[in-house]
Design a protein around this ligand. Structure first.
Ligand SMILES: [Zn+2]
Length: 50
């Protein structure tokens, strides 16, 4: 099971609860796919004009 963009966005913005953040971080350590999604999320935000 992978994290959704919505969940990764919560993780990124520190609005995810602490225990979910721990699981998410562990998942990101070994899941290339979710790391890629998180990276693309960061890039999207930085590209956003407003
Ligand atoms: Zn994943």
């Amino acid at each position: 099971m992978h994290y959704t963009i919505f969940e990764l966005d919560q993780y990124r913005n520190h609005v995810m609860s602490w225990f979910r953040r721990i699981f998410c971080r562990l998942h990101l350590q070994h899941c290339h796919r979710c790391r890629e999604r998180l990276t693309s999320l960061r890039l999207d935000v930085s590209r956003r004009v407003n």
